[in-house]
Design a protein around this ligand. Structure first.
Ligand code: SF4
Length: 501
């Protein structure tokens, strides 16, 4: 278990805190085994692109309903933040936010002159101005590489502004160069929120359950109702006030443990809210376990059994009917699919495939956490996938290296590509592979999620004319030379096997 230390302004980065890696090529079962004995990262000697931690911190703060966000750096570092204003607006109906307000996103626009003379005064003025314009209940300041390089004292500027304005001003130290694992940005945002916003609980409530998630649809209100509880979503669509109360919840559950690993540990270690000690509910077997663990945590095991029985009676026949349709479609052979996505949610989609009887022939997963911050092996979604549905070959830990994805897809030619992030499905489509992108991480969750997702898979397979035509006309930017190389050509092997055997 990693040790949380909220007295430090910056969170410890993932690669040192929980030994996360961004390079591996092999089998999923092999990686699960290696993860228990100190897996080593296999760095790439060539990298096409990487993500940045600031954008991950941004998505966990911009979507706080009554907050404002300032990127302290060159304006280009915040050039992707408008995406989250779009996400906030289009997904708000899924969370019952009827009148989504404009997102409050600003940049201090550091210039060359500021790089010489420092940006502290500019930041202090920006915080004042943003508060004057927005009246935000909290101001989040996200740092960038430029601010880190010149050593601006962001923590101190934020503290002084907080004293002056009387609202929380949260320094989030998330410079892109701090970590090779961009999900460190989630941790940085949660670290700042835990230090400044979450309050020590005066009471513990058994009718409130923390749900750490992105912006997925509100499935948890219905799921928790039989237990007499309601979800407290963290942090998209939360309010500053609801964040302050998260220390009072009975338990914390995750929609994606990669996302919420650190915040779950913070809530448990610093505020006494236990994290559910099992992986999120994707696939029938894991959904059974998840509801049982929830029932146990709430002291309501009988209700959990009742919920499981009712839901199974309703959804299992529909799941079987879908599987029969897949079998008809594949004419005697299993359908095959390839998954690309972030770590735990990518693993979850592999479980969904396993449950639907679709053979996972490979995956490109953006990074790998050997164990999450709570150190509980039952929270390991990849281990759960392997245990319940078997190995996944061609398992590539790959931080969105699209040149590797194209190479692999061209070799494997699966019947279907599943993606969780925009910009990835186009590569399957250009190769004529029916490709499905679903951004709602709750869509495939639980028994009903298998039906939801299974139906979308069927639609995607049945409507393949567009991708077949696209393949005939698409121009592939990669050379024949590269496409004939092994996809892991640029991965340096670091002797994991010797270490573990
Ligand atoms: S990596 Fe650094 S310079 Fe690039 S966008 Fe992120 S914070 Fe800005």
């Amino acid at each position: 278990m990693s040790k949380v230390n909220l007295s430090l302004p910056a969170v410890q980065i993932r690669e040192t805190r929980i030994n996360s890696i961004t390079g591996f090529q092999g089998g999923a079962e092999e990686l699960v085994g290696l993860s228990r004995c100190g897996v080593k990262d296999n760095p790439r000697s060539f990298t096409q692109c990487v993500g940045c931690a600031t954008s991950k911190a941004a998505c966990m703060t911009i979507l706080v309903q009554d907050g404002a966000v300032i990127s302290h750096g060159p304006v280009g570092c915040s050039s992707c933040y408008h995406d989250f204003a779009f996400t906030y607006r289009v997904n708000s109906p899924l969370r019952g936010v009827e009148h989504p307000t404009q997102r409050k996103i600003y940049s201090t626009n550091l210039t060359e002159k500021d790089m010489v003379f420092g940006g502290n005064a500019k930041l202090a003025n920006a915080i004042r101005e943003v508060y004057k314009r927005t009246g935000a209940r909290a101001v989040f300041v996200l740092t960038t590489c430029a601010a880190g390089i010149i050593g601006d004292d962001v923590e101190n500027v934020c503290d002084e502004a907080e004293a002056e304005l009387g609202v929380p001003v949260v320094a989030i130290l998330c410079e892109g160069f701090r970590s090779t694992v961009w999900t460190t940005g989630f941790d940085a945002a949660y670290h700042g929120i835990a230090r400044k916003l979450i309050q020590k609980p005066r009471t513990h409530r058994d009718d409130l359950i923390n749900v750490i998630n992105f912006w997925g649809s509100d499935v948890f209100t219905d799921w928790f109702a039989p237990f007499g509880a309601a979800p407290n979503y963290l942090t998209p669509y939360s309010t500053v006030e609801s964040l302050t109360r998260s220390g009072e919840a009975a338990v914390t559950v995750q929609a994606c443990s990669t996302l919420g690993s650190y915040l779950g540990a913070v809530l448990e270690q610093e505020f006494g809210v236990p994290e559910l000690p099992t992986a999120p509910p994707y696939g029938i077997a894991q959904t059974d376990r998840w509801f049982r663990a929830l029932g146990k945590a709430l002291g309501k095991e009988d209700i959990a059994e009742q919920v499981i029985a009712e839901k199974k009676a309703e959804y299992l026949p529909q799941i079987e009917a879908l599987k029969a349709k897949y079998r008809d479609r594949a004419a005697g052979r299993p359908l095959t699919a390839y998954v690309t996505g972030g770590a735990a949610h990518g693993h979850a989609l592999l479980s969904v495939l396993g449950e639907l009887g679709i053979q996972a022939v490979g995956a490109a997963i953006f990074h790998h956490d050997p164990l999450f911050d709570n150190g509980v092996s039952d929270n390991d979604q990849l281990a759960q996938r392997v245990r319940d549905y078997g190995d996944v070959p061609n398992f590539n830990v790959c931080n969105k290296q699209e040149f590797e994805l194209v190479n692999v897809l061209r070799r494997l030619r699966p019947d279907l590509l599943l993606a969780r992030h925009g910009g990835m499905t186009l590569w399957g489509a250009k190769l004529g592979i029916p490709s499905l992108l679903i951004g709602d991480e709750h869509y495939s969750m639980g028994y009903e999620g298998l039906v939801n997702y299974g139906e979308r898979i069927l639609e995607t397979l049945e409507n393949d004319e567009f991708v077949k035509n696209l393949e005939k006309h698409a121009v592939n930017p990669y050379t024949t030379w590269w496409l004939e190389q092994p996809p892991n050509t640029f991965l340096r092997q670091r002797g994991n096997h010797e270490q573990c055997h």
